[in-house]
Ligand binder design. Structure first.
Ligand SMILES: *Cc1c(COP(=O)(O)O)cnc(C)c1O
Length: 353
């Protein structure tokens, strides 16, 4: 693969048309996008070009068989105007783990990181500093080959697009624990950020929304007895003073925020346990008062407190307390992300000044 990136910058930025204080999550995009095509068994010279709609064959394989994977990460601006990514090498590795599961060719990790830095540097004016503001970065790969034969494609497109965002969720989040629908079976694609994993969740999530919940907590597909994760968040449960999260498996996404929360919690002297958790144990802990907090972790939300859950028609409350682990860990993580605190783990990666 050619190491240089072919850059065709925009002639005039559209940034002045954007109201950065009123952004719906992930619906406004920056001036440029990164594009790299895979043909004849290799990745061609990557390009950075003006963000725009693109032409695609109606027979493009992705539209028929869903061969697509993606990543989600954020860039942050510190008070000196420098721009940082958070553990981007983790996303570079993970998109390839996802790609492998979907029979998509590997994208070289150094090219992934270089492409990210070049694109974000070019669009750095779109990374705003200030409370909760960041640039959401969405790398993805899809099968672009025209043809409806049901087999792995031979042509792909790797892209990165960027969306300036404020914070992800507003308001309180209550979740419904799944007792019928499943997100990911054993041996399936749950550990991959594969497009189809998400499309399949929208209907059960809509049903949960009709019942007054914002999200679904997925349980294992075989028995629905074990807690797995939420739509795009891993989950933590504070029972007593111990923070519990499920072990990653082939049905659970190995979240970068999840592993960062675990490291940070251990660093702060909070007891953590990575183990399976039964729904029955959760209900019991809630009833006895031992369940003090539930929160989700993911790039978009960082940490999202969950203030209640429903299971088989009953609801359980987990109100947010002032000395919650969720708020404390969120603050500490964000302080590292925004270069406001020391970074003992070397998680920050500078993009540009
Ligand atoms: C992306 C995602 C997460 C969170 O991963 P992060 O790397 O922390 O953003 C958790 N669960 C699912 C299903 C996801 O898609």
């Amino acid at each position: 693969m050619n190491l240089s990136i072919d850059i065709k910058p925009i002639s005039a930025s559209k940034i002045d048309t954007v109201d950065f204080d009123n952004l719906a999550f992930g619906s406004t995009f920056t001036d440029h996008m990164f594009v790299c095509d895979y043909r004849n068994g290799q990745w061609e010279t990557p390009q950075i070009i003006p963000y725009a709609p693109m032409e695609m064959s109606p027979a493009a394989s992705v539209l028929h068989y869903g061969q697509a994977v993606f990543e989600g990460m954020k860039a942050f601006k510190d008070d000196n105007g420098s721009v940082w990514l958070f553990r981007p090498e983790q996303n570079a590795k993970r998109i390839n783990a996802s790609a492998e599961r979907l029979a998509i060719p590997q994208f070289p990790e150094d090219q992934f990181l270089e492409g990210l830095k070049a694109l974000i540097s070019l669009d750095k004016a779109w990374v705003k500093s200030g409370a909760g503001k960041s640039l959401y970065v969405r790398p993805f790969v899809f099968a672009s080959e025209a043809g409806v034969q049901a087999s792995a494609a031979s042509e792909y497109r790797f892209m990165i697009i960027c969306a300036p965002v404020a914070s992800y969720y507003g308001g309180d989040v209550r979740v419904k624990i799944a007792d019928h629908y499943s997100r990911a079976p054993q041996g399936g694609t749950g550990y991959a950020k594969a497009a189809g994993n998400y499309g399949g969740q929208f209907y059960p999530t809509q049903l949960a929304k009709n019942e007054g919940f914002q999200q679904v907590i997925w349980t294992d597909a075989a028995t629905h007895e074990f807690i797995e994760e939420a739509g795009t968040m891993n989950l933590f449960f504070r029972i007593g003073d111990t923070l519990i999260t499920a072990p990653t498996s082939d049905s659970i996404l190995d979240g970068v925020t999840r592993k960062s929360v675990l490291s940070l919690a251990e660093h702060l002297g909070i007891k953590t346990e990575v183990r399976t958790l039964r729904v029955a144990e959760l209900i019991e802990a809630s009833t006895s008062g031992a369940l003090l907090e539930i929160f989700g972790s993911g790039t978009a939300v960082v940490i999202q407190p969950i203030i209640g859950f429903g299971y088989k028609g009953k609801t359980y409350e987990t109100p947010l307390s002032e000395n919650s682990y969720a708020l404390m860990l969120k603050q500490q993580l964000m302080d590292i992300q925004y270069n406001k605190a020391a970074d003992p783990f070397n998680w920050r990666c500078k993009v540009c000044d």
